[in-house]
Design a protein around this ligand. Structure first.
Ligand SMILES: O=C(O)CCC(=O)C(=O)O
Length: 373
């Protein structure tokens, strides 16, 4: 009978199995059929090993001695390594598939939401912040950093030769169209409200009365509190009379809003008209913008995102406008300043010029304006 060396002969096929597995540890990944072949050879080797162990037991050889044989140890080591590699490989492949899946779903979602486009990104941003753009006739206010971020760069021809804000009168719509309406050149027209009654009629008390039964409709519309604590028109029209009329010792205030109420719009428009100098083809937009407040206050420097240029009529008080060219034109263009007096109308593309305002009169400033196309 053979001694302890005899099992070597039985293990010989296992050497072949071991060498057949070699490629598994190399850089090339095994094919499916390779793996199936290796697995069945391993099963066969394990079966034979069990036979050997049983026969060794009968011959009085301890199982530990059989396992200490080099070839048996290699076979067992191989089996353990195979198990480890198999598990690690499966886990790695699983993780890679998961990461790939997450990446694909994220990319699909981004495409679906059009996050790569300015429009889609803005829509997603607004939804995220629960702001609904088209709920009302008015639009909502984007934070300044987003407005500036999405603003398309300007061709500096809009400001290159502009060294002052012209004050003009008796201008025909044709000349206004050619020189100012869409060129980006700001202008003040001094004789544009001679047949309006707004200058005499509009006041803090007039707006308070007009909005008495209408302020709820304004809640979804644009309201700029500027440096005040007011959250809406209701709060504005309920401030103390002393503060409203800027008595000594009261806190200054300045606010702006766009009118969203058709009935109020009809009342307002009894007192003003489309400015005579607008080009014949230009439409005066439906939404009125009203700004009102006291000396020393105004709007901080910003640029708008309202599509169209605007006009603004200074009904009462005096307001200084400080205009800055867009940053890409700083080296080509100048900053401008103009004080708009009562009875004057400023026409300005607030989407192109950065602008800041400051009330410079003791009298309350009241303006009304709109966009034109
Ligand atoms: O009239 C004002 O004080 C500010 C106006 C303004 O910022 C605008 O029309 O965009």
């Amino acid at each position: 009978m053979t001694g302890p060396t005899s099992p070597r002969g039985h293990l010989a096929p296992a050497h072949r199995v071991a060498s057949a597995r070699k490629p598994l540890t190399s850089a090339t990944a095994p094919s499916k059929s390779d793996r199936r072949g290796v697995q069945s050879a391993m099963d066969e080797a394990a079966r034979r090993l069990r036979d050997i162990a049983a026969r060794a037991d009968k011959l009085g050889v301890r199982a530990a001695d059989v396992a200490s044989l080099r070839s048996a140890g290699r076979l067992l080591g191989l089996a353990r390594r195979e198990g480890r590699e198999g598990r690690a490989g499966r886990a790695g492949r699983g993780l890679a598939a998961l990461a790939g899946g997450v990446l694909c779903v994220t990319a699909l979602l981004a495409c679906q939401l059009e996050l790569h486009s300015r429009r889609g990104f803005s829509r997603a941003w607004l939804t995220w912040h629960r702001l609904r753009l088209h709920d009302h006739m008015c639009t909502i206010d984007l934070p300044d950093y987003l407005v500036s971020f999405f603003r398309p760069p300007e061709a500096c021809s809009m400001c290159r030769d502009v060294s002052q804000v012209d004050k003009i009168s008796n201008i025909s719509p044709q000349v206004f169209e050619k020189e100012y309406a869409y060129t980006g050149r700001p202008v003040v027209v001094t004789d544009a409200m001679s047949n309006w009654t707004a200058q005499q009629v509009f006041s803090f008390q007039f707006f308070k009365d007009v909005y008495k039964d209408h302020w709820q409709k304004q809640l979804g519309c644009q309201f700029f509190p500027y440096r005040t604590e007011f959250r809406n028109l209701y709060e504005v029209f309920n401030m103390s009379i002393e503060r409203a009329f800027m008595h000594d010792g009261t806190k200054p205030w300045y606010i702006g809003w766009s009118n969203c109420d058709d009935q109020v719009a009809r009342i307002l428009r009894r007192h003003y008209d489309r400015p005579y100098f607008l080009p014949d083809t230009a439409e005066n937009k439906k939404v009125d913008w009203i700004f009102m407040g006291s000396r020393g206050y105004g709007a901080q420097m910003h640029v708008d995102s309202v599509d169209l240029p605007s006009w603004q009529a200074q009904l009462k008080g005096r307001k200084k406008w400080i205009l800055e060219p867009p940053p890409e034109c700083y080296y080509d263009c100048q900053c401008l300043e103009v004080v708009v007096e009562p009875g004057e109308i400023i026409a300005l593309d607030t989407n192109r010029w950065y602008h800041q305002t400051l009330i410079v009169s003791e009298e309350m400033s009241i303006t009304i304006g709109a966009e034109y196309d």
